[in-house]
Design a protein around this ligand. Structure first.
Ligand SMILES: Nc1ncnc2c1ncn2[C@@H]1O[C@H](COP(=O)(O)OP(=O)(O)OP(=O)(O)O)[C@@H](O)[C@H]1O
Length: 246
């Protein structure tokens, strides 16, 4: 399918995503749920962006659309010079595999595989991955690489999930409540590994949280309310994950 390059409003290299009038409506029986009600956005390459807002305000819906797991009902979305809304399913899957790493609240590791084997599931099918050992080293888990998930703490399992997500060197890491199941000290350790990927690999980091304290590590914060970005906060300085408490 041809790309609408001539209408692309984001020729600047530092813009990762542009969204225009994004709407998502779910139809369940007779009931319409308006999860996104016209979202316009810019997401910059290499930034840490936190999506904050009450339950049901549309954060996960937007994250899934940005990551190519779902499509908007209407509106347009570009990643760099690609109009994602014009791609067919196969091309959208290719976009996702090449560019996006996902981290969810629950780690989704395969219990019968070691940490290293879990990471290799991704590196084996990627174009230019780092080695599984290198990815585990980046999250501080090289010594635990032959351990199975059940032999690791929750925070360590989440760091394996981070290693798995960054091993293919994605341009963008999308994290949906990555510390939601962890205590504060363990959560900080996971956030440090995400910040390290942003710093050392230049990965754009987009992170959903219910925890306003985490917003301090972001360059910008989108405050969601009722399917819209109600306000955007820009942090002059961002706090290192190590210094965060909640
Ligand atoms: N597959 C679906 N079918 C029907 N409604 C849905 C579906 N997915 C999400 N919704 C609805 O869309 C709205 C936005 O949901 P979404 O998960 O994006 O919110 P959220 O801000 O991420 O919430 P939370 O913080 O609780 O995860 C909610 O009203 C939700 O019930």
């Amino acid at each position: 399918m041809p790309l609408a390059v001539e209408t692309n409003p984001a020729p600047e290299r530092n813009i990762a995503f542009i969204g225009e009038a994004l709407r998502k409506t779910y139809l369940t029986g007779e009931t319409e749920v308006h999860a996104l009600r016209g979202v316009n956005l810019k997401m910059f390459s290499g930034e840490i962006l936190v999506l904050l807002g009450p339950s049901g305000s549309g954060k996960s819906t937007l994250l899934n659309i940005v990551g190519g797991l779902d499509r908007p009902t209407s509106g347009r979305l570009w990643y760099r010079d690609t109009d994602l809304t014009s791609l067919d399913d196969a091309d959208l899957t290719r976009f996702r595999r090449k560019n996006i790493g996902f981290i969810f609240q629950f780690y989704n590791l395969i219990p019968s595989l070691t940490a290293e084997e879990n990471v290799r599931l991704v590196t084996d099918i990627s174009d230019d991955p780092m080695s599984a050992a290198e990815a585990l080293d980046l999250v501080g888990l090289a010594p635990r690489r032959h351990h199975f998930p059940a032999q690791l703490s929750g925070g360590e399992q989440q760091r394996v999930a981070v290693a798995r997500a960054i091993a293919k060197r994605p341009g963008v890491l999308l994290c949906d409540e990555p510390t939601g199941a962890l205590d504060s000290a363990t959560g900080v350790r996971v956030l440090e590994t995400l910040a390290a990927a942003n710093r050392e690999l230049g990965t754009t980091l987009i992170l959903i949280t219910h925890n306003a304290g985490i917003a301090a590590m972001a360059d910008r914060v989108f405050n969601f309310l009722d399917g819209r970005i109600a306000s955007i906060q820009t942090n002059e300085t961002r706090i290192s994950a190590t210094d965060m408490v909640w």
